[in-house]
Design a binder for this molecule. Structure first.
Ligand code: GDP
Length: 412
């Protein structure tokens, strides 16, 4: 369902997902991002990575190098939710930037290559996300490739990253014949016909029934083992209902005790819509994550994700381009209004916020205000750097100790 939430900065916080995509270089992060923007109606053309038209990789240098350098943020809407996609650099050379983008996310999709499984760099990004306590779901991509093997990829995840992968889909067809999945929660099949973006939903093909039931049973048993209240229901009825299963998967995702695994082929746009459904169902909103902490007058202070609290935001990206100097903010508390003067807490300098923008890939929407939990870009601050806190002048707070000065990236 496509909805335009972009003009409504005060849409309920529970309907916001600040999301990152974590992956080894080449696993398909750019393609997944691109398809998310496409299926949510944010972009209407299909950008292909290899022809340099992708929307998130908009820096010429980045296109040339074929890697995602900048943590640009793009906003899209899905099923009544606003999804702010924060592009985390997948390259080890940008470790500081990865750290900073991990800090502003509330949840992430970890993308794996169905042929390669877990690769060394996926492990290092995974550990970084662990340190930041980022709840994740996994997407095993490239199921259309020769040699793709979901079970082997899941086994490598179990061995190297997470002891409790919870596979919620079963692929239909393999490699070039990969055409769909069985949704193991709803026990329905989703088939993508050639040239069609949305899956046709239907009953499970008879030949796959037995295998689907076996996998559903494995999923139920794994969930019951990890989740106390699901276990009670499982023991009482020796099966789990769809709602109990979904609730348990949400809880396990948010505590990190289980890892929901989905699969598909981003390149062929297969599996991206169910992936967005899983983002909405399982990953947390800004209200579901612990309140942010920062330093104020030498003491530590907590700031709730409350629009009525004093304003505090972290600048996590600064880009100089055609729109002027664009500072990307994660607003943690309070409300920022267009035209307001705020304090750059680390530098002790006042900065005026002339414009607030919702960045939608290649377009911007002007906002009057931005509230706690949101991700926006602002125009006006002249010297704010990545890592700076912007806050209400009357309630100073430093969210992140200043790190090594990071260059302002030029995209013009
Ligand atoms: P990133 O480095 O993680 O951003 O990966 P990209 O999205 O740039 O993808 C790397 C390469 O894999 C590109 O050539 C993509 O076209 C290709 N690719 C991405 N997703 C798929 C997929 O689902 N199937 C296949 N066969 N190739 C894919």
């Amino acid at each position: 369902m496509r909805t335009d939430l972009h003009r409504h900065p005060t849409s309920p916080l529970t309907a916001v997902r600040n999301l990152g995509i974590l992956a080894h270089v080449d696993a398909g992060k750019t393609t997944v991002t691109e398809r998310i923007l496409y299926v949510t109606g944010t972009t209407h053309k299909r950008g292909e990575v290899h022809d340099g038209t992708t929307v998130t990789d908009f820096d010429p240098q980045e296109r040339d190098r074929g890697i995602t350098i900048f943590a640009a943020a793009a906003s899209c809407a899905w099923d009544g939710h606003r999804i702010n996609l924060i592009d985390t650099p997948g390259h080890v050379d940008f470790a500081d930037e990865v750290e900073r983008s991990l800090r502003v996310l509330d949840g992430a999709i970890a993308v794996f290559d169905a042929v390669a499984g877990v690769e060394p760099q996926s492990e290092s990004v995974w550990r970084q996300a662990d340190r930041h306590g980022v709840p994740r779901i996994a997407f095993v991509n490239k199921l259309d490739r020769a040699g793709a093997d979901l079970d082997a990829a899941v086994e490598s995840i179990r061995r190297r990253l997470h002891p409790a992968p919870l596979v919620v889909q079963m692929p239909i067809g393999a490699e070039g014949d990969f055409t769909g999945v069985v949704d193991l929660l709803r026990m329905r099949s989703l088939i993508w016909a050639d040239g069609i973006d949305s899956a046709e939903e239907g009953p499970i093909p008879t030949t796959l029934r037995e295998e689907a039931l076996r996998r559903r049973r494995l999923l139920e048993e794994a969930v019951a083992e990890l989740h106390p209240s699901a276990l009670e229901e499982f023991c009482a009825a020796s099966a789990l209902g769809e709602r109990t299963l979904a609730r348990a998967l949400r809880d396990l995702t948010r505590t990190g005790d289980g890892l929901v695994v989905l699969c598909g082929s981003a390149y062929r746009n297969r599996g991206v819509e169910p992936l967005l459904d899983a983002v909405v169902a399982y990953l947390p909103s800004p209200l579901d994550v612990p309140a942010v902490r920062g330093g104020a007058d030498g003491a530590e202070q907590e700031r709730a994700a409350d629009p009525a609290a004093p304003f505090a935001a972290l600048a996590f990206k600064v880009q100089a381009g055609a729109t002027g100097r664009l500072t990307y903010l994660r607003v943690y508390s309070g409300t920022l209004r267009k035209g307001e003067t705020v304090l750059d807490a680390g530098a002790g300098r006042a900065e005026r916020v002339a414009r607030i923008l919702r960045v939608r890939a290649d377009r911007h929407t002007e906002l009057e205000l931005a509230v706690a939990g949101d991700i926006v870009a602002v125009v006006g601050p002249k010297a704010t750097r990545p890592g700076s806190t912007l806050c209400a002048p009357g309630a100073p707070l430093v969210l992140e100790a200043p790190t090594v000065a990071e260059p302002v990236v030029s995209v013009a």
